[in-house]
Design a protein. Structure first.
Length: 134
């Protein structure tokens, strides 16, 4: 993780070794008919429940709560066909764009609820890109 990402996450309440109970999220996401890959559980255990902000002219906000993602549609099945990975929600970017993680760590987003976009090939890289661009 980059130093700036570590600082932003720490300011939001994260610390190395942080572990939260993910049982409720697993139950809710599975009840919605989605699979929960181990990568999602690992992400939630470390970052779940955090709201990370990057202040500036255009504030960036990451809400890392998988139950905030709505309107799944056919995205998980379409992404499975495209990437060969099973996806589960991990949070919301700027209050509207759902973030998803694949079973091998690929992070996808539904920008504007209309465009699918590959954010990054790993969760750390995705958080860095979403907060700081690149």
């Amino acid at each position: 993780m980059s130093e700036r990402l570590t600082e932003a996450l720490s300011a939001a309440g994260w610390s190395p070794g942080r572990r939260v109970d993910v049982t409720g999220w697993v139950t809710e996401i599975r009840a919605d008919g989605l699979e929960v890959p181990a990568a999602a559980e690992q992400f939630w255990a470390s970052f779940g429940g955090l709201t990370v902000r990057r202040p500036g002219r255009y504030e960036t906000v990451l809400e890392l709560d998988p139950t905030e993602v709505t309107g799944y549609g056919d995205r998980p099945s379409r992404w499975l066909r495209q990437t060969g990975q099973t996806f589960s929600p991990i949070g919301v970017y700027n209050y509207s764009d759902g973030l998803w993680i694949g079973d091998r760590g690929l992070v996808m987003s539904e920008f504007g609820g209309e465009r699918d976009k590959q954010v990054a090939s790993s969760p750390d890289a995705a958080l860095d890109r979403l907060l700081f661009g690149r």
